[in-house]
Design a binder for this molecule. Structure first.
Ligand code: TUI
Length: 323
C-alpha cells in the first residue's frame, strides 16, 4: 500500500524507472513545436521532455541539442520522424550527442534500434498497431508509445482505447499511451488499459514555455471536441489538424482527385507556416481531438502536477465506486 496518500511515488512504475524520471508523463514530439525550451521545461518538471527533429536541417538540430544540455541536467529525448528526408542526420546526431532516449515516429524503426540500442540508448518507437508493437519488441525496443487516432498530426487508424488495451496484452515491455490524453482522467484511463505512462502533446503546445506563435495557441484554446479533421488519407499519410481554410481546401482537392504530387506540394511547409509564422488559416494547425479541454496557458510544471494529482485522487474516488 502507498502510505504517502496524495503524493504519488510511482515506485514500481517501469517507465519511471527506465527513464529515470519523477512522473510517468512524456511530452509529445511535435515538429517545429518541441524545441529545447519546451523539452527542458518538461524534463525539469519531472517528466520526459522530447526535442522533435522533424524536418530540421542538421545544423539547427545540433544547436537545439547543445542548448537543451545547457537548460537541463535531467533526462530528455530526441524524436526521429522517419518520414523526414533528414532522419539519418538526426540518427547521427543522437549518437554524437549521446542522447539518453530516442523515440521514433511515422515508420519502421529497425535501423534506429539496431544502431542505438548497443550504445545504451533507450529506444522507444511510436506504434499504431499490435503487429508493429510485436515487431519492435522483438527488435529490442525498450518500451513503445501506443498512439491512437485521437492524436494530432500524422496518425494511424486505431483508437487509443482499443490500441492501448490490445498492445498492453500483446507485449511484455512497458506501454506509454498517447492520443486524446490531456488530463488526470485520461491518464487514469490509460493506466486502466494497461499503460504505465502517458504521452501528451496538445496540452503542452499551450505550455507557457512553448514557443509556438500565439495564434496557434489561441486556435487550440478555442477548439471544441469537433474542432479537428483528418486530411491526407489519399496520400497515405493521414494528418489530424484543426479545421480551417487549409483543411477545407485540402479536403476539396482530395475529393476532386487532385494528383498526389500536387497534394504533397500544397501541404508542404504548411505546419511551419502555422507554428512559426502564425498563419493559422492557410497553415496546418496540427492538434489532437482533446483540444476541447485545453483551456489555459500554464507552465509545464503546473500541467504535469495537475494531471498527476488529478489522476491519483480520481483513482481513489473510482475505487470507492466498487465498494
Ligand atoms: O509521427 C507522428 N506524428 C506526426 S509526424 C508529423 S510531420 C508530418 N507532416 C506532414 C505529413 C506527415 C507528417 C506530424 N505528426 N506520430 C507518430 C506516429 N507514428 N503516428 C503513427 C505512426 C506510425 C504509423 C505507421 C508508425 C509506424 C507505422 O508503421 C507502419 C508502416 O506501415 O509504416
Amino acid at each position: 500500500m502507498n502510505l504517502n496518500r496524495g503524493v504519488a511515488m510511482f515506485s514500481s512504475n517501469r517507465v519511471v524507472q527506465l527513464l529515470n524520471i519523477k512522473y510517468p508523463v512524456v511530452q509529445g514530439a511535435m515538429a517545429w513545436v518541441a524545441d529545447a525550451d519546451l523539452a527542458a521545461a518538461v524534463s525539469n518538471a519531472g517528466g520526459l521532455g522530447i526535442v522533435a527533429a522533424g524536418n530540421m536541417p542538421a545544423e539547427m538540430l545540433d544547436a537545439e541539442l547543445i542548448k537543451i544540455r545547457r537548460l537541463t541536467d535531467k533526462p530528455f529525448g530526441l524524436n526521429i520522424m522517419l518520414l523526414s528526408p533528414t532522419w539519418e542526420d538526426a540518427l547521427d546526431l543522437a549518437e554524437r550527442h549521446k542522447i539518453p532516449v530516442v523515440t521514433t515516429g511515422a515508420g519502421l524503426p529497425g535501423k534506429v534500434i539496431e544502431r542505438l540500442s548497443p550504445l545504451g540508448t533507450t529506444v522507444i518507437p511510436v506504434i499504431a498497431s499490435v503487429a508493429h508493437a510485436e515487431r519492435v519488441a522483438k527488435q529490442g525496443a525498450a518500451a513503445v508509445i501506443a498512439e491512437g487516432m485521437e492524436a494530432g498530426g500524422h496518425i494511424g487508424e486505431i483508437t487509443t482505447m482499443a490500441l492501448t488495451s490490445q498492445v498492453s496484452r500483446a507485449i511484455e515491455i512497458p506501454v506509454i499511451s498517447a492520443g486524446g490524453i490531456a488530463d488526470g482522467r485520461g491518464m487514469l484511463a490509460a493506466f486502466a488499459l494497461g499503460a504505465e505512462a502517458v504521452q501528451i502533446g496538445t496540452r503542452f503546445v499551450c505550455a507557457t514555455e512553448s514557443n509556438v506563435h500565439v495564434n496557434f495557441k489561441k486556435k487550440i484554446l478555442a477548439a471544441n471536441d469537433r474542432g479537428t479533421v483528418v486530411t491526407g488519407r489519399a496520400l497515405g499519410h493521414p494528418v489530424r489538424s484543426i479545421k480551417n481554410k487549409f483543411t477545407q481546401a485540402f479536403a476539396d482537392m482530395e475529393a476532386a482527385g487532385v494528383p498526389i504530387a500536387d497534394l504533397d506540394k500544397f501541404g508542404s511547409g504548411k505546419l511551419r507556416a502555422a507554428v512559426v509564422d502564425g498563419d493559422v488559416e492557410n497553415g496546418s494547425v496540427m492538434s489532437g481531438q482533446i483540444a476541447g479541454l485545453v483551456k489555459a496557458i500554464q507552465p509545464a510544471k503546473e500541467i504535469i502536477e495537475e494531471i498527476v494529482s488529478e489522476a491519483e485522487s480520481l483513482s481513489r474516488a473510482i475505487a470507492r465506486r466498487f465498494d
